[in-house]
Design a protein around this ligand. Structure first.
Ligand SMILES: *[C@@H]1O[C@H](CO)[C@@H](O)[C@H](O)[C@H]1NC(C)=O
Ligand SMILES: *[C@@H]1O[C@H](CO)[C@@H](O)[C@H](O)[C@H]1NC(C)=O
Ligand SMILES: *[C@@H]1O[C@H](CO)[C@@H](O)[C@H](O)[C@H]1NC(C)=O
Ligand SMILES: *[C@@H]1O[C@H](CO)[C@@H](O)[C@H](O)[C@H]1NC(C)=O
Ligand SMILES: *[C@@H]1O[C@H](CO)[C@@H](O)[C@H](O)[C@H]1NC(C)=O
Length: 193
Protein backbone atom coordinates (compact mmCIF):
# COMPACT_ATOMS: atom_id res chain seq x y z
CA UNK A 1 0.00 0.00 0.00
CA UNK A 2 3.03 2.22 -0.19
CA UNK A 3 1.72 4.11 -3.20
CA UNK A 4 -1.81 4.66 -2.02
CA UNK A 5 -1.28 7.83 -0.05
CA UNK A 6 0.33 9.96 -2.80
CA UNK A 7 -2.30 8.76 -5.26
CA UNK A 8 -5.14 9.64 -2.89
CA UNK A 9 -3.55 13.01 -2.25
CA UNK A 10 -3.25 13.74 -5.94
CA UNK A 11 -6.88 12.95 -6.60
CA UNK A 12 -7.81 15.19 -3.67
CA UNK A 13 -5.73 18.01 -5.07
CA UNK A 14 -7.13 17.53 -8.56
CA UNK A 15 -10.69 18.01 -7.32
CA UNK A 16 -9.91 20.98 -5.05
CA UNK A 17 -10.68 24.47 -6.29
CA UNK A 18 -7.58 26.43 -7.15
CA UNK A 19 -6.96 29.65 -5.23
CA UNK A 20 -4.29 32.26 -5.90
CA UNK A 21 -0.84 33.06 -7.21
CA UNK A 22 1.18 36.10 -8.25
CA UNK A 23 1.56 36.31 -12.04
CA UNK A 24 3.41 39.67 -12.36
CA UNK A 25 6.32 39.99 -11.75
CA UNK A 26 6.98 36.40 -12.81
CA UNK A 27 7.46 34.76 -9.40
CA UNK A 28 9.69 31.90 -8.30
CA UNK A 29 8.96 28.59 -10.01
CA UNK A 30 9.56 24.94 -9.20
CA UNK A 31 12.74 23.18 -10.28
CA UNK A 32 15.16 20.42 -9.32
CA UNK A 33 16.25 22.12 -6.09
CA UNK A 34 12.64 22.01 -4.89
CA UNK A 35 12.47 18.31 -5.73
CA UNK A 36 15.70 17.66 -3.82
CA UNK A 37 14.63 19.67 -0.76
CA UNK A 38 10.95 18.75 -0.58
CA UNK A 39 10.88 15.22 -1.99
CA UNK A 40 8.80 13.87 -4.81
CA UNK A 41 5.42 13.79 -3.02
CA UNK A 42 5.48 17.47 -2.03
CA UNK A 43 7.03 18.49 -5.37
CA UNK A 44 4.32 16.62 -7.30
CA UNK A 45 1.49 18.21 -5.32
CA UNK A 46 2.98 21.71 -5.62
CA UNK A 47 3.41 21.14 -9.36
CA UNK A 48 -0.12 19.79 -9.82
CA UNK A 49 -1.69 23.10 -8.72
CA UNK A 50 0.40 26.24 -8.56
CA UNK A 51 -2.62 28.06 -7.09
CA UNK A 52 -3.27 25.51 -4.38
CA UNK A 53 -3.01 25.85 -0.61
CA UNK A 54 0.39 24.95 0.79
CA UNK A 55 -1.25 22.80 3.46
CA UNK A 56 -2.30 20.24 0.81
CA UNK A 57 1.30 19.45 -0.02
CA UNK A 58 2.34 18.25 3.44
CA UNK A 59 -0.65 16.15 4.52
CA UNK A 60 1.57 13.11 3.96
CA UNK A 61 4.85 14.50 2.67
CA UNK A 62 6.70 11.22 2.16
CA UNK A 63 10.11 9.97 3.33
CA UNK A 64 12.30 12.32 1.25
CA UNK A 65 10.71 15.51 2.60
CA UNK A 66 13.21 17.70 4.50
CA UNK A 67 11.19 20.36 6.31
CA UNK A 68 14.22 22.61 6.93
CA UNK A 69 15.50 22.56 3.38
CA UNK A 70 12.01 22.69 1.83
CA UNK A 71 10.67 25.56 4.02
CA UNK A 72 7.30 24.95 2.39
CA UNK A 73 5.66 27.82 4.31
CA UNK A 74 8.34 30.24 3.14
CA UNK A 75 8.14 31.13 -0.57
CA UNK A 76 5.94 28.02 -0.95
CA UNK A 77 9.04 25.84 -0.76
CA UNK A 78 10.22 27.22 -4.09
CA UNK A 79 14.02 27.44 -3.92
CA UNK A 80 16.28 30.35 -4.81
CA UNK A 81 18.64 27.89 -6.53
CA UNK A 82 15.94 27.20 -9.13
CA UNK A 83 15.33 30.92 -9.70
CA UNK A 84 18.74 32.58 -9.70
CA UNK A 85 18.19 33.86 -13.23
CA UNK A 86 14.89 35.45 -12.27
CA UNK A 87 16.45 37.87 -9.76
CA UNK A 88 15.32 41.47 -10.34
CA UNK A 89 17.15 44.68 -9.49
CA UNK A 90 15.08 47.27 -7.63
CA UNK A 91 16.57 50.61 -6.67
CA UNK A 92 15.13 52.43 -3.63
CA UNK A 93 11.84 54.07 -4.59
CA UNK A 94 11.06 51.65 -7.43
CA UNK A 95 7.32 51.05 -7.85
CA UNK A 96 6.76 47.38 -8.63
CA UNK A 97 3.46 46.48 -10.25
CA UNK A 98 1.89 43.22 -9.05
CA UNK A 99 -0.93 41.17 -10.51
CA UNK A 100 -2.50 38.28 -8.59
CA UNK A 101 -4.53 35.57 -10.30
CA UNK A 102 -7.18 34.74 -7.69
CA UNK A 103 -9.18 31.72 -8.73
CA UNK A 104 -11.26 31.46 -5.56
CA UNK A 105 -11.96 33.88 -2.72
CA UNK A 106 -11.37 32.80 0.87
CA UNK A 107 -11.78 35.47 3.50
CA UNK A 108 -8.64 36.18 5.44
CA UNK A 109 -5.83 38.70 5.49
CA UNK A 110 -2.72 39.26 3.42
CA UNK A 111 0.43 41.27 3.06
CA UNK A 112 3.43 41.84 0.87
CA UNK A 113 6.81 42.07 2.57
CA UNK A 114 10.48 42.17 1.80
CA UNK A 115 11.85 39.02 3.40
CA UNK A 116 15.36 38.01 4.45
CA UNK A 117 15.98 34.66 2.78
CA UNK A 118 18.59 33.48 5.29
CA UNK A 119 16.56 34.10 8.42
CA UNK A 120 13.18 33.69 6.67
CA UNK A 121 11.86 36.78 8.42
CA UNK A 122 10.26 39.99 7.14
CA UNK A 123 12.43 43.10 6.78
CA UNK A 124 9.84 45.60 5.52
CA UNK A 125 6.08 45.56 5.08
CA UNK A 126 5.08 46.92 1.67
CA UNK A 127 1.30 46.35 1.51
CA UNK A 128 -1.26 45.17 4.06
CA UNK A 129 -4.82 43.96 3.59
CA UNK A 130 -6.49 43.66 7.03
CA UNK A 131 -9.29 41.80 5.17
CA UNK A 132 -8.46 39.99 1.91
CA UNK A 133 -10.54 38.00 -0.55
CA UNK A 134 -13.82 38.41 1.32
CA UNK A 135 -15.82 35.51 -0.08
CA UNK A 136 -19.23 37.06 0.67
CA UNK A 137 -18.60 39.81 -1.91
CA UNK A 138 -19.56 39.45 -5.55
CA UNK A 139 -17.22 40.37 -8.39
CA UNK A 140 -18.40 44.00 -8.69
CA UNK A 141 -17.36 44.60 -5.07
CA UNK A 142 -13.94 42.95 -5.17
CA UNK A 143 -11.36 45.59 -4.23
CA UNK A 144 -9.16 46.16 -7.27
CA UNK A 145 -6.02 46.36 -5.15
CA UNK A 146 -6.34 42.74 -4.03
CA UNK A 147 -5.23 41.57 -7.46
CA UNK A 148 -3.71 44.69 -9.10
CA UNK A 149 -1.48 46.90 -6.99
CA UNK A 150 1.97 48.43 -6.73
CA UNK A 151 4.50 48.40 -3.93
CA UNK A 152 7.34 50.86 -3.45
CA UNK A 153 10.68 49.32 -2.60
CA UNK A 154 12.27 51.16 0.34
CA UNK A 155 15.95 51.86 0.88
CA UNK A 156 17.11 48.59 2.42
CA UNK A 157 20.64 49.66 3.21
CA UNK A 158 23.04 46.88 2.30
CA UNK A 159 20.70 44.09 3.34
CA UNK A 160 19.71 43.12 -0.21
CA UNK A 161 22.92 43.87 -2.08
CA UNK A 162 23.58 40.27 -3.16
CA UNK A 163 21.32 37.85 -5.04
CA UNK A 164 19.88 35.29 -2.64
CA UNK A 165 19.58 37.70 0.30
CA UNK A 166 16.10 39.13 -0.29
CA UNK A 167 12.77 38.49 -1.95
CA UNK A 168 9.36 40.11 -2.00
CA UNK A 169 6.79 37.71 -0.58
CA UNK A 170 3.04 37.92 -1.20
CA UNK A 171 1.35 36.07 1.64
CA UNK A 172 -2.34 35.31 2.01
CA UNK A 173 -3.89 33.46 4.92
CA UNK A 174 -7.48 32.27 4.35
CA UNK A 175 -8.42 32.39 8.02
CA UNK A 176 -11.71 30.50 7.62
CA UNK A 177 -10.50 27.70 5.35
CA UNK A 178 -7.14 27.79 7.19
CA UNK A 179 -5.10 27.80 4.00
CA UNK A 180 -1.90 29.64 3.06
CA UNK A 181 -0.88 30.96 -0.35
CA UNK A 182 2.51 32.48 -1.10
CA UNK A 183 4.55 33.72 -4.03
CA UNK A 184 8.07 35.16 -3.99
CA UNK A 185 10.01 37.47 -6.29
CA UNK A 186 13.79 37.52 -5.79
CA UNK A 187 15.60 40.82 -6.09
CA UNK A 188 18.74 42.74 -5.28
CA UNK A 189 19.09 46.41 -4.51
CA UNK A 190 21.92 48.41 -5.95
CA UNK A 191 22.18 51.80 -4.26
CA UNK A 192 23.46 54.82 -6.03
CA UNK A 193 24.62 56.52 -2.79
C1 LIG B 1 17.82 18.81 5.73
O1 LIG B 1 18.17 20.07 5.22
C2 LIG B 1 19.06 20.79 6.06
C3 LIG B 1 19.20 22.19 5.50
O2 LIG B 1 19.53 22.14 4.14
C4 LIG B 1 20.35 20.03 6.15
O3 LIG B 1 21.25 20.73 7.00
C5 LIG B 1 20.10 18.64 6.71
O4 LIG B 1 21.28 17.88 6.69
C6 LIG B 1 19.04 17.93 5.88
N1 LIG B 1 18.67 16.68 6.54
C7 LIG B 1 18.72 15.52 5.91
C8 LIG B 1 18.25 14.34 6.70
O5 LIG B 1 19.09 15.42 4.75
C1 LIG C 1 21.06 30.62 -15.42
O1 LIG C 1 21.61 31.11 -16.63
C2 LIG C 1 22.89 30.55 -16.93
C3 LIG C 1 23.46 31.27 -18.17
O2 LIG C 1 22.49 31.31 -19.17
C4 LIG C 1 22.75 29.04 -17.12
O3 LIG C 1 24.00 28.48 -17.38
C5 LIG C 1 22.18 28.44 -15.86
O4 LIG C 1 21.92 27.06 -16.06
C6 LIG C 1 20.87 29.12 -15.47
N1 LIG C 1 20.47 28.63 -14.16
C7 LIG C 1 19.24 28.17 -13.90
C8 LIG C 1 18.98 27.71 -12.52
O5 LIG C 1 18.38 28.14 -14.76
C1 LIG D 1 1.96 38.66 6.76
O1 LIG D 1 0.83 37.84 6.96
C2 LIG D 1 1.12 36.59 7.53
C3 LIG D 1 -0.16 35.77 7.55
O2 LIG D 1 -1.15 36.44 8.23
C4 LIG D 1 1.72 36.78 8.90
O3 LIG D 1 2.01 35.54 9.50
C5 LIG D 1 2.97 37.59 8.77
O4 LIG D 1 3.50 37.85 10.02
C6 LIG D 1 2.67 38.90 8.05
N1 LIG D 1 3.93 39.59 7.76
C7 LIG D 1 4.29 40.68 8.39
C8 LIG D 1 5.55 41.30 7.94
O5 LIG D 1 3.60 41.16 9.26
C1 LIG E 1 -17.16 40.76 4.08
O1 LIG E 1 -18.13 41.51 3.39
C2 LIG E 1 -19.40 41.50 4.03
C3 LIG E 1 -20.37 42.22 3.09
O2 LIG E 1 -19.95 43.52 2.87
C4 LIG E 1 -19.26 42.17 5.38
O3 LIG E 1 -20.52 42.14 6.05
C5 LIG E 1 -18.24 41.42 6.21
O4 LIG E 1 -18.02 42.10 7.43
C6 LIG E 1 -16.91 41.34 5.45
N1 LIG E 1 -15.99 40.47 6.20
C7 LIG E 1 -14.93 40.94 6.85
C8 LIG E 1 -14.07 39.95 7.53
O5 LIG E 1 -14.65 42.14 6.86
C1 LIG F 1 -7.11 48.98 -1.11
O1 LIG F 1 -8.36 49.37 -1.64
C2 LIG F 1 -9.35 49.64 -0.64
C3 LIG F 1 -10.63 50.01 -1.32
O2 LIG F 1 -11.05 49.01 -2.18
C4 LIG F 1 -8.89 50.78 0.23
O3 LIG F 1 -9.82 50.97 1.28
C5 LIG F 1 -7.54 50.45 0.84
O4 LIG F 1 -7.05 51.55 1.55
C6 LIG F 1 -6.54 50.08 -0.24
N1 LIG F 1 -5.30 49.62 0.43
C7 LIG F 1 -4.13 50.23 0.26
C8 LIG F 1 -3.00 49.71 1.08
O5 LIG F 1 -3.97 51.14 -0.53
Amino acid sequence: MKLSSPILLLSFVATAVAHGVVTTPTPRALGPANLAACGSVVNTILKADKYGPIENSIISPGPTYNATACHVFFCRGYQFADNVNNTRVYAPGTAVHFLVDMEAHHTGWANVSVVNLATQTPIARLFTWPVYANDTLGPPDWPKNETDFSVTIPDLGKQCATAGQCAIQWWWWGSQVKQTYESCVDFTQVRSG
